[in-house]
Design a protein around this ligand. Structure first.
Ligand code: NAP
Length: 288
């Protein structure tokens, strides 16, 4: 397949690497152009603009920070929509609101292209290892076209409905994780105060009902009081706001997620927004 990739950040760069390694013909573009260099060394072609990355592509993978960034690279000047060929499909792995996904899907359909919202879960480790879980929204035909691309870096690809359904599912994922990360910090900081041997305690917890991805993969951060990425707190807060906005629009109150969003706002205000979300443990430690 000919694939354009736009956005080579923590997630996009390893995704692009997996696409090259799977034998696809890959053209990459990143706003900060030097981030293209490692991919070019592996055999990818470099493009000067998002639009150039989309020329002749069967699919264009986007993985940028937020909704306005996605609309910029897709619909802005020298954007993907300017050059996407008829029948070409934009596969977006960013986390944005379902509303943005639907708006983009409509704009690309008007230009003769397809769109699949395909946000991912599994963190930077999942992207590196090619074991991400993908939540897809789109038509059956567009998801089928996106499938070989997604299979290059995903362990699980689940088609949940029309455009927007993937982002709604990702909002569910982020709402769920809000409580999980907050609980991880609170429980382990308490364990520390109780004088428990933390490494052995985590092994015991993993063997019981408290087992989870967050416990297995992020307890070491809390124990060491160091929060390397991972998934940055400011991005999780962005995702949580999407989930809360959608829930409020549906007439729901979600008190736990609302509290965690306020705690994450505090972390961001105190300069910890660039740390992994496990830095929520700073709250019970009295550091934020
Ligand atoms: P990141 O490392 O901060 O990378 C963001 C990427 O978006 C960079 O390539 C950046 O370009 C590009 N970008 C941002 N604004 C742009 C704009 N206006 N125009 C063009 N390019 C722009 O973020 P990430 O961790 O890869 O996350 C990317 C997306 O995946 C986000 O939506 C995030 O919520 C989601 N996600 C992340 C994780 C995770 O664990 N990190 C897990 C699941 C989902 P520059 O290099 O020029 O800044």
């Amino acid at each position: 397949m000919r694939i354009g990739v736009v956005g080579l950040g923590t997630m996009g760069a390893p995704m692009a690497r997996h696409l090259v390694e799977a034998g696809h013909r890959v053209t990459v573009h990143n706003r900060t152009r030097q981030r293209e260099e490692p991919l070019a060394a592996l055999g990818a072609v470099r493009a000067e603009t998002p639009g150039e990355a989309a020329v002749g592509a069967d699919c264009v993978l986007t993985c940028v920070s937020d909704g306005p960034d996605l609309e910029q690279v897709a619909l802005g000047p020298s954007g993907i929509a300017e050059t996407l060929m008829a029948g070409g499909v934009v596969v977006d792995c960013s986390t944005v609101s379902p509303t943005v996904a639907r708006r983009l899907g409509e704009a690309l359909a008007a230009a003769g292209g397809g769109f699949v919202d395909a946000p991912v879960s599994g963190g930077s480790e999942g992207a590196e290892r090619g074991t991400l879980s993908v939540f897809c929204g789109g038509s059956d035909a567009d998801v089928a076209k996106a499938r070989p691309l997604l299979d290059a870096f995903a362990k699980t690809v689940t088609h949940l409905g029309p455009v927007g359904a993937g982002q709604a599912a990702k909002a569910v994922n982020q709402l769920f994780l809000a409580g999980a990360y907050a609980s991880l910090g609170e429980s382990l900081v308490y364990a520390e105060r109780a004088g428990l041997p933390l490494d052995r305690l985590v092994e015991a917890l993993v063997g019981g009902a408290a087992d989870s991805w967050v416990l297995r993969n992020r307890s070491a951060n809390v124990i060491a009081s160091r929060y390397p990425l991972g998934f940055r707190t400011s991005l999780h807060l962005k995702d949580l706001r999407i989930g809360l906005e959608e829930a409020h629009a549906a007439g729901l109150e979600l008190p736990v997620a609302e509290l965690v969003a306020r705690l994450e706002e505090r972390l961001v205000e105190r300069g910890y927004g660039g740390e992994d979300v496990s830095s929520l443990a700073r709250v019970p430690r009295g550091e934020a």
